[in-house]
Design a protein around this ligand. Structure first.
Ligand code: MN
Length: 473
């Protein structure tokens, strides 16, 4: 059977099981903390609302034994895991013996054949879940099979896919089907534009400074470089006392800017690679961070990371007052990131908390940086000036439980041949109680805090070896 038909078949089977749930019971939903998980949860909540069903929600950063144990004692009849669970099928099946379990996910699947779980995953149908469909896309397909009115939430599944970086010059088949529904329902308008983040909300010079993909020589990573560049090409970066936004440039200026960026990128591999699709949420205000799908996804991520996932869910469901609160929360999140970067800059030349070696860097922020922010800080560091391409950045921060430590691994540049998830797995292999996860380009783990030193020792050996391999070839 065709892979896509097979996937729809899986969706239908699970949806049929869902339809037989007694509407008087409360359904337990567990979803992932990131943008995609929040979108997936929102679509499911909308479905349960449409079906007049009751629910209780938890949003978690990762599924692990202690989370599962807490859920197990709650005594619900039906549990739905979305955007997570694929790596825990055997544990779930063992712990939730006489429960009605749904796992709607797109992550890599543990090698285990479940007998009882209603499991929907693109991987079961031979479809690549990292690229072709997100967790919210899986939930959307499932929900569509139960109630066609869920089409009104198609844009949320598109935002989820964008949050999981599944858009690259367009979408592949399954995501594209969802996008087409969102366009037909007048939720999203696709247009071509400069592929820079924050066109409606950020000053032009700032979005040029922060643009690392496309990379603009002498401009990316440098505020003064960005302002100079605008002045050189005859674009005044200011309007009165305010900085100009991209949407405030005239058509003429926008064309000029695009042409000059291409010129600057003359020595790059694809200098014209500065245009891409912009996905506009047509019902949001022009200058809102909810107007453009990539920014919307960042806002949802910020809700999760500031432990305010419910604001993200309310935003996806279209509640106006909650949207305003989510936008305010985005400002708090940005402040938290600035605080984290300040900590990094104050400590980067001291050796006790930030260890800089040839080809790698190990940061232990302990409680000085929020555990949900440390991965983002590590990503920003990999993109900043002064960090050479292919440098590994391993970062750690204390979790709020005070017993465990959050670990993240990133790499500067776009080296595609190295699997960070595997490196983290290897670092953790000797550490009892460690749980690792992630993907090729961004990976992480949670370890017992009393094993930090052991992890650092392992990391030194592994990162040094991989950094050396890099310098040989
Ligand atoms: Mn996901």
């Amino acid at each position: 059977m065709d892979n896509y038909l097979k996937f729809k078949e899986l969706v239908k089977e699970a949806a049929d099981k869902f339809k037989s749930i007694d509407k008087s019971e409360t359904v337990r939903i567990i979803s992932h903390l990131d943008c995609d998980g929040i979108c997936a949860c929102s679509i499911l909540v909308k479905l349960l609302n449409l079906e007049n069903m009751k629910y209780s929600i938890s949003i978690v950063q990762q599924l692990n034994d202690s989370v599962l144990r807490e859920l197990q004692v709650e005594g619900y009849k039906t549990y739905i895991f979305c955007d997570l669970g694929s790596g825990h099928l055997s544990t779930i099946e063992n712990m939730f013996k006489d429960k009605n379990i749904f796992v709607l996910d797109h992550h890599e699947v543990e090698n285990y054949k479940s007998e009882r779980i209603n499991f929907v995953s693109p991987h079961l149908a031979g479809i690549d879940g990292s690229r072709e469909i997100s967790g919210s896309g899986v939930v959307f397909n499932f929900a569509l099979e139960v109630n066609k009115e869920i089409e009104d939430m198609a844009h949320v599944a598109v935002i989820g896919a964008i949050g999981d970086i599944q858009e690259s010059g367009g979408f592949s088949k399954l995501n594209n089907e969802i996008l087409e529904i969102a366009v037909r329902k007048n939720k999203i308008n696709v247009k071509k534009g400069l592929r820079v983040f924050g066109g409606n909300t950020r000053p032009v010079h700032k979005l040029l400074e922060y643009s690392t993909d496309p990379y603009i020589p002498d401009v990316s990573g440098s505020e003064s470089g960005a302002i100079q560049f605008l002045q050189q090409i005859g674009i005044n970066p200011k309007i009165g006392n305010d900085w100009k936004k991209l949407s405030q440039l005239t058509q003429e200026e926008q064309k000029k800017l695009a042409a000059e960026i291409i010129m600057k990128r003359a020595n790059e591999e694809n200098p014209e690679d500065i245009f891409g699709n912009l996905y506009e949420l047509v019902n949001e205000k022009e200058d809102s961070p909810l107007r453009e799908a990539k920014e919307f996804s960042t806002l949802l991520n910020s809700c999760g990371r500031m432990s305010k996932a419910s604001l993200g869910i309310g935003t996806c469901l279209g509640h106006d007052t909650i949207k305003l609160r989510a936008i305010r929360n985005l400002a708090d999140y940005k402040r938290e990131i600035v605080r984290g970067m300040n900590w990094y800059n104050e400590n980067k030349d001291k050796n006790d908390r930030i260890m800089k070696k040839d080809g790698y860097m190990i940061i232990n922020a302990k409680e000085d940086v929020l555990h949900t922010i440390i991965g983002t800080i590590a990503s920003i560091i990999t993109k900043s000036n002064g960090v050479r391409p292919n440098t590994f950045v391993l970062s750690m921060a204390q979790n709020p439980d005070n017993d465990t430590t959050k670990v993240s691994l990133r790499i500067a540049g776009d080296r595609k041949d190295i699997n960070l998830k595997q490196l983290v797995e290897t670092m953790c292999s000797s550490i009892e109680g460690a749980e690792s996860g992630g993907h090729m380009q961004a990976a992480g783990a949670v370890i017992p805090s009393n094993k930090e030193e052991e992890l650092i020792e392992n990391a030194k050996i592994i990162l040094e070896r991989n950094a050396m391999e890099e310098s040989i070839d």
